[in-house]
Design a protein. Structure first.
Length: 186
């Protein structure tokens, strides 16, 4: 898999963390750099760890679905992308008591925004890639976008939040189609 494809996957996966970072930034009355760094470290770290877990799970089932792995990759990417698009249209009412400074809140948000990366890790186990490269790029892209998202949120509030997540979902669906067509046309 080309480096550009891994980068596109990383961008798609990081969109939900980016959207939550924007909401987090908007919730701070006095935003400090340490707040943005903490959010970025949690989100980037979990986005890097979850594909590893998914990859290991995918290796355990790869022998059973080897002939259909392109369909599984397409299905998982499409499901994750569709879920992101669907969730981008939902209105969250829990933001009133939202405090991203609390470690427990950050843990919950980190797991919630990286579940998609777990599914992508399963997909990565079916493809010829450098797992280390993919994990580092996914974690780094998420870290950078989450860090920037906090400051964008502080400045612009919720204007971008839902649009970003929908774009990320569309990117993942497009990648699923690319993998499927490359395999079927090969």
């Amino acid at each position: 898999m080309a480096l550009i494809t891994i980068l596109i996957i990383a961008l798609g996966l990081s969109m939900d963390a980016f959207a939550v970072s924007i909401v987090s930034g908007a919730s701070y009355k006095r935003l400090k750099i340490k707040h943005a760094l903490r959010i970025a470290l949690f989100f980037g770290g979990f986005q890097a760890i979850m594909p590893l877990i998914g990859y290991m799970a995918g290796l355990s089932i790869k022998a059973y679905i080897g002939l259909y792995d392109h369909w599984v990759a397409f299905g998982l990417l499409s499901a994750v992308g569709s879920k992101m698009i669907y969730e981008s249209f939902k209105i969250s009412s829990a933001e009133d008591n939202f405090n991203p400074s609390k470690i427990l809140i950050l843990l919950i948000l980190s797991v919630a925004t990286s579940i998609d990366a777990l599914a992508i890790g399963i997909t990565l186990s079916f493809l010829r890639i450098s797992l280390v490269t993919a994990v580092v790029i996914i974690g780094l892209v998420t870290f950078i976008l989450s860090y920037l998202g906090v400051f964008i949120g502080k400045r612009f509030g919720h204007f971008f939040e839902n649009k970003i997540e929908a774009i990320g979902g569309a990117i993942l669906i497009g990648l699923g189609l690319k993998i499927l067509f490359e395999h079927l046309l090969a």
